[in-house]
Design a protein around this ligand. Structure first.
Ligand code: HEC
Ligand code: HEC
Ligand code: HEC
Ligand code: HEC
Ligand code: HEC
Ligand code: HEC
Ligand code: HEC
Ligand code: HEC
Ligand code: HEC
Length: 358
């Protein structure tokens, strides 16, 4: 796990980034491996390896369906096939499943797969798909109750965690080349799925094609440059809109309260907004008059997203070219130009105005 705040560069960086800020709270490591109960001993797991009573199977193993008990057991007698041919369960599985030998040779191995394939798969038939003892998310939940509880209890859910291949959309339950048993580096996973036009969010909104957005907007926000989506998003599900790790107003306007901007102020110093006069905390000022305070710090304050894009922009300082206004598809152009001594906004929200950050 990396911590997304290595380099702090740029104008007023020291002031703009709160000293010693820990960043917004990340995904809790609750229910991680540390909290997981030990992998059941093979003997205990064997209790779930017997063929299921008729009518309970959702998937059946080809050699078992063919009645070929002798492929794995010492005897081909269906009434009494006896012990296994191989000294270990895995040796038997890997004899036929050559493709899994390559998988299991990867550097990062999932402990229960090393212990025994039958920790999750019934060798005969399964109540879940792929000979699994249960549907994927339910199976993982048995040993990772924290992550599963987070996914189930979160008011904001992330579809791939529970739908389709569920946990296996991102994790390889056997072994992987990437940390946290991911099937690809996290950034590639996120951007790989979020690369289509017209994807809809849980609330029916059409979402950004993130891959294209990042391609078209070269000025990436530092945590995005560090490929650390988890600095701001809770992958498994969370309490805040857009799966954010901390509060952030969801609308264009919001009454100012520093706590409602906990996401940004987990890394940035809130004084860039709270000080009415400053020559240190922001460059968005006219003389000493803090224009961040003017716009944001009021009853009907503008939210950061009205002017900044949290991922990437064409302009410096992640100032947007435009912002969606209302839900009818109207797009408001910002017309911002940064100059050597300050900046200006063309007529859009108000008459054209300029500032000089002396
Ligand atoms: C793909 C391999 C494979 C095939 C084919 C297979 N088995 Fe098994 N069977 C196993 C494994 C693995 C175990 C678990 C043994 C252990 O963990 O020690 C097992 C265990 C069993 C057990 C004991 C279950 C228990 O928990 O005590 C029975 C009964 C059994 N098999 C019956 C059959 C019958 C009948 C057939 C043929 C119709 C068959 N098996 C075909 C792999 C297989
Ligand atoms: C005798 C050869 C043989 C052995 C031994 C064997 N398998 Fe298989 N397994 C197969 C075949 C054949 C298929 C069907 C492949 C297909 O449909 O493409 C299969 C399919 C599977 C599937 C996919 C089932 C599905 O419904 O998608 C899983 C999972 C699996 N095996 C796990 C295991 C495990 C775990 C073991 C060891 C306990 C094991 N296999 C041992 C031959 C074997
Ligand atoms: C921690 C649980 C777990 C263990 C242990 C485990 N598997 Fe799996 N396995 C899964 C899950 C979950 C899937 C379905 C993955 C997916 O949807 O992509 C799967 C899929 C498979 C498949 C592919 C089936 C298909 O439909 O394509 C094979 C083959 C397989 N496992 C073999 C093994 C072998 C061999 C072992 C032991 C070395 C093993 N598994 C150990 C959870 C496990
Ligand atoms: C039988 C118990 C068991 C089951 C079932 C199980 N796991 Fe695990 N898992 C473990 C153990 C034990 C570890 C290793 C803990 C360690 O190394 O500290 C682990 C580690 C992991 C890790 C790596 C954590 C890290 O910080 O690197 C991930 C990710 C994971 N499991 C995901 C899954 C998924 C997804 C499933 C369902 C397909 C699953 N597990 C099913 C017991 C289990
Ligand atoms: C959309 C991709 C995705 C899906 C789906 C997913 N995970 Fe994860 N998971 C991650 C990423 C990325 C990490 C690395 C840490 C982080 O960014 O939160 C992770 C970390 C983990 C870890 C280790 C660290 C921790 O937070 O405890 C476990 C265990 C885990 N996931 C289990 C699961 C289980 C169980 C499911 C299904 C209920 C699941 N994951 C579904 C992406 C995913
Ligand atoms: C397997 C495909 C897949 C992967 C991988 C994936 N996502 Fe998603 N994501 C979706 C889908 C589908 C939705 C829309 C449904 C929903 O909101 O859950 C979504 C929704 C979202 C949302 C918007 C939630 C909302 O309702 O506003 C965010 C934010 C998000 N994903 C971030 C991420 C991050 C960060 C990662 C990488 C850790 C990631 N996604 C990986 C498929 C994926
Ligand atoms: C600095 C914090 C931050 C980082 C890092 C970050 N995001 Fe976001 N993300 C946000 C915010 C804030 C929103 C809500 C945007 C808004 O309200 O305009 C959001 C929204 C989203 C959405 C929903 C977009 C929509 O149109 O509704 C997706 C998908 C998403 N992010 C994916 C990602 C991916 C993938 C990464 C990693 C490449 C990532 N985010 C990194 C802060 C961040
Ligand atoms: C995980 C930490 C983190 C979070 C959360 C975060 N930022 Fe940043 N941000 C940084 C870092 C690091 C930089 C680069 C250092 C700098 O130049 O100040 C940066 C730079 C910026 C810059 C450009 C500053 C410059 O000098 O180029 C803007 C604007 C910005 N962030 C706005 C936001 C907004 C708005 C939010 C909330 C939606 C936010 N940030 C959330 C870490 C974060
Ligand atoms: C009305 C538009 C507007 C709003 C709303 C806004 N900003 Fe800015 N912000 C700017 C402009 C313009 C700059 C560039 C100033 C310059 O470089 O001359 C800037 C610069 C920044 C910087 C770089 C350091 C600095 O202050 O010069 C950070 C960090 C930042 N904004 C964070 C935020 C956060 C966090 C919010 C919400 C709490 C926010 N901004 C709301 C317009 C806005």
């Amino acid at each position: 796990m990396h911590h997304g705040r290595a380099k702090v560069a740029g104008f007023l960086a020291a002031a703009s980034i709160a000293a010693g800020a820990a960043g917004p709270a990340r995904a809790t490591p609750a229910g991680t491996a540390a909290a997981a109960p030990p992998v059941p001993a093979v003997r205990r797991a064997a209790a779930a390896t017997a063929p299921l009573p008729p009518g309970q199977a959702r998937s059946t193993h080809a050699p078992y369906a063919a009645g070929d008990c002798g492929a794995c057991h010492r005897s081909a007698d269906r009434a009494s096939p006896g012990p296994l041919r191989h000294a270990s369960v895995n040796a038997g599985c890997l004899e036929c499943h050559e493709e899994m030998r390559e998988v299991m040779a990867r550097k990062l191995k999932h402990a229960p797969a090393v212990r025994s394939c039958t920790t999750c798969h019934n060798p005969h038939d399964g109540a879940g798909p792929s000979l699994l003892a249960a549907p994927v998310a339910e199976l993982c939940a048995r040993c990772h109750p924290g992550v599963a509880a987070q996914a189930a209890a979160a008011p904001m859910k992330h579809a791939p965690v529970t739908e389709g291949r569920a946990c296996a959309s991102c994790h390889d339950p056997h072994a992987a080349r990437h940390e946290a048993l991911l099937i690809a580096p996290a950034f590639e996973l996120c951007v790989g799925c979020h690369s289509k036009d017209g994807m809809t969010a849980a609330d029916g909104r059409t979402m950004l094609n993130m891959r294209r957005w990042l391609e078209e907007n070269p000025v990436w926000h530092e945590p995005v440059r560090e490929r650390d989506c988890a600095a701001c998003h809770r992958t498994h599900g969370g309490d805040h809109p857009r799966l954010l790790v901390a509060d952030l107003p969801d609308k264009l306007y919001a009454p100012y309260d520093r706590r409602s901007y906990a996401l940004c102020f987990g890394c940035h110093n809130d004084r860039l907004v709270s000080e009415a006069e400053t020559t240190a905390f922001t460059r968005f000022r006219d003389g000493a008059r803090n224009l961040h305070a003017v716009h944001v710090n009021r009853e009907r304050g503008l939210a950061c997203r009205a002017c900044h894009d949290a991922h990437a922009s064409r302009q410096e300082r992640h100032v947007r070219d435009s912002v969606a206004y209302g839900s009818g598809g109207y797009v408001l152009k910002l017309g911002f130009t940064r100059t050597a001594s300050g900046g200006s906004c063309a007529k859009a929200c108000h008459e054209a105005k300029a500032y000089v950050a002396r």
